[in-house]
Design a protein around this ligand. Structure first.
Ligand code: RFL
Length: 396
C-alpha cells in the first residue's frame, strides 16, 4: 500500500470501471439500496465517446425492464426485428421477431447506453469518480478489502469496503490482483482478423452479414447516421494497408452493393478475434464482471450483453448478502455467469465458423466450405434451425 497519508473512506461496494458492466451494476445497486463508489481511470468525456457495441439483446433489455430502468435507458431506441444474411449478393431475411415470439432487443450504441446510465446514476446523487489513477486492490481475500487510488489532484484515497466489483475490462487492475494459481484461464485465437470502421453512412435497413468468396463483411447501425462495418482480414493485419479505396471497393464487392457511398471514416481498428474466460469469476471478496472475466469476439454481439447479464446476477446476489445476510447468490455467482458465458462463446464460435467458412473456400478447405454452406442453408429451410439461432440471439 502507498505510504503517504491517505484520505480514508468506507462504502459497501467499490465498483472498478465505468463501462457497461460497472455502470449497470452501480445503477442496480443504487436501486437495491446498496451503497457503492465507482472508480474510473478515464475522464467522463472519454468514457462517453467510446463507440463499440450497438445491440442490446432481449435478455439485456429485460434486465433494465425488471429494475424499472427501461424508460430512462431505452427510450427512443429502435428494435432489432430482422436479420439479413446476404449470400453471394442475394438478400435472405430472417424474421427474428416472429421466429423468437417477440423476444427481440434494441439497437443502442454503447456510448449512448453509457451516457444514459451515467445520467440516471448521477441524477440520483450517486458517487462516480473519474480520472482515478493507480487503482490498486488490497486484502481481497480477507474480511475487509481496500481499494486505493489517486484523484486528479494527486491526493491518495483509501476506501474500505465489504465487496469489490472488478468491472475494469480485459486490461484492468482487478483480474491482475487475483493470484495466478487461483484462476484457470482459457484462451482461443480464432485465426481470423476483423478490420472494422465506423463511418458516417446511414444504417442498413436490418443488421446485415454478407457471405461471399471475397470474404465476410457486415454492416450494422450505430445510431441514425452512422454505421459500423466489419471485414474479414488476415490476423494481425495493419490498418495502414487498408487504404480508403481498397476498403470501399471491398465493402461494395462483399456486400454486393455497388451503390454503397464512400463516406467519412471516424474510426479504424483491427479487432482481435480471440476469446478468453477466467474461472472462477470470484476471489474472496472480489467479483469479476464483464470483460474483466471474459472476452468474446464481436461476432454475435454478446460482449456488452454478457457484461450487463453479469451485473444483474451480481447486483441481486449483493442485495441478498447485504440486506438479508444471505450469501447463496454470491456463492453461486461464478457458476451462474460462466454457464451463460460458455453458451455464448459457443454461439459466437459457431456463427464465426459458419459465416467465414461458407465464404472464402481457402480459409478451411473445400470440405468445410460445403459443410458451412449446408449449415447456412438449413437456417432458411428449417424453422427449427432458424429458431435455434434467434434463441441464442435473444440471450439469457
Ligand atoms: P469495458 O467497456 O472495457 O469497461 C471497462 C472500464 O474500466 C475502465 N478501467 C479502469 N478503471 C479504473 N482503474 C483501472 N485500472 C481501469 N482499467 C480499465 C475502463 O476505462 C473502462 O471504462 O468493459 P465492460 O464494462 O466489461 O464492457 C464490455 C464491453 O464494453 C465489450 O464486451 C464490448 O464493447 C465488446 N464489443 C462488442 N460487444 C457487443 O456486445 N456487440 C458488439 O457489436 C461489439 N463490438 C466490441 C465491439 C468491442 C470492440 N473493441 C473493444 C475493440 C467492437 C469493438 C471495436
Amino acid at each position: 500500500m502507498p505510504n503517504d497519508t491517505a484520505i480514508r473512506e468506507a462504502t459497501t461496494v467499490v465498483v472498478i470501471g465505468a463501462g457497461p458492466a460497472g455502470l449497470t451494476l452501480a445503477n442496480l445497486l443504487r436501486l437495491a439500496g446498496v451503497g457503492c463508489v465507482v472508480l474510473e481511470r478515464h475522464s467522463r468525456a472519454h468514457v462517453e465517446s467510446r463507440q463499440r457495441a450497438g445491440v442490446l439483446d432481449y435478455h439485456g433489455a429485460c434486465v433494465f425492464e425488471e429494475w424499472g430502468l427501461a424508460g430512462e435507458i431505452l427510450a427512443g431506441m429502435p428494435g432489432d426485428g430482422s436479420l439479413e444474411i446476404r449470400v453471394d449478393g442475394e438478400p435472405r431475411l430472417l424474421d427474428v421477431a416472429a421466429l423468437s415470439g417477440g423476444r427481440t432487443g434494441a439497437l443502442i450504441p454503447q456510448q449512448i447506453l453509457i451516457g444514459r446510465l451515467l445520467n440516471a446514476h448521477q441524477k440520483a446523487g450517486a458517487d462516480v469518480r473519474f480520472a482515478a489513477d493507480g487503482v490498486a486492490l488490497h486484502d481481497i481475500a480477507g474480511p475487509e478489502p481496500k481499494v486505493t487510488y489517486r484523484d486528479s489532484d494527486g491526493a491518495l484515497h483509501e476506501i474500505t469496503c465489504a465487496y469489490i466489483a472488478g468491472c475494469d475490462g480485459g486490461h484492468g487492475a482487478s483480474r491482475a490482483a487475483v493470484p495466478a494459481d487461483a484462476l484457470t484461464t482459457y484462451s482461443y485465437d480464432h485465426g481470423i482478423g476483423w478490420f472494422t470502421i465506423l463511418a458516417d453512412v446511414p444504417p442498413p435497413r436490418h443488421p446485415l452479414m454478407a457471405i461471399s468468396s471475397h470474404g465476410f463483411a457486415a454492416h450494422f447501425a450505430r445510431g441514425p447516421k452512422a454505421s459500423r462495418f466489419y471485414l474479414q482480414c488476415d490476423p494481425g493485419a495493419d490498418p495502414a494497408h487498408w487504404g480508403e479505396e481498397r476498403l470501399w471497393t471491398q465493402l461494395r464487392l462483399r456486400l454486393g452493393d455497388d451503390d454503397l457511398p464512400a463516406a467519412t471514416i471516424t474510426d479504424k481498428t483491427v479487432v482481435d478475434m480471440r476469446s478468453f474466460v477466467a474461472d472462477p469469476m470470484r476471489h474472496g471478496r472480489l467479483f469479476l464482471a464483464g470483460d474483466a472475466a471474459h472476452i468474446i469476439t464481436p461476432m454475435g454481439g454478446k460482449g456488452m450483453n454478457l457484461a450487463i447479464a453479469d451485473a444483474d446476477v451480481l447486483a441481486r446476489a449483493l442485495r441478498a448478502a447485504v440486506h438479508d445476510h444471505d450469501d447463496t447468490g454470491l456463492q453461486a455467482y461464478s457458476e451462474t455467469c460462466l454457464k451463460r458465458v460458455w453458451n455464448n462463446q459457443e454461439y459466437s464460435r459457431w456463427l464465426t465458423e459458419m459465416t467465414h467458412e461458407a465464404g472464402d473456400e481457402s480459409l478451411a478447405g473445400p470440405f468445410r466450405h460445403r459443410l458451412a454452406r449446408a449449415r447456412l442453408e438449413r437456417l432458411f429451410t428449417s424453422e427449427a434451425a432458424a429458431r435455434a439461432l434467434v434463441d441464442l440471439m435473444a440471450g439469457g
